[in-house]
Design a protein around this ligand. Structure first.
Ligand SMILES: [Zn+2]
Length: 72
């Protein structure tokens, strides 16, 4: 497993993700990064091109709580 060092306090960072929870459908998913500006849709709220979608991994410093995200 990779490990990152916190840029704020040099503590050790632990990998995780930001939970995206929809209370209407009780669905849980990982937050995503989408290329470009958000485009509104009357059907789904926002239009999303799945080819431009990347899951976000977020590292958390176990010492100070700083979060650092990557969309690889
Ligand atoms: Zn830190």
């Amino acid at each position: 497993m990779r490990s990152n060092t916190c840029p704020k306090c040099a503590g050790s960072m632990v990998i995780g993700f930001i939970l995206d929870h929809n209370p209407q459908s009780s669905r849980r998913s990982v937050s995503s990064w989408i290329e470009g500006a958000p485009v509104k849709s009357i059907w789904t709220g926002l239009k999303v091109d799945s080819a431009k979608k990347r899951d976000i991994e977020t590292w958390r410093c176990s010492k100070c709580g700083f979060l650092e995200s990557y969309a690889r």
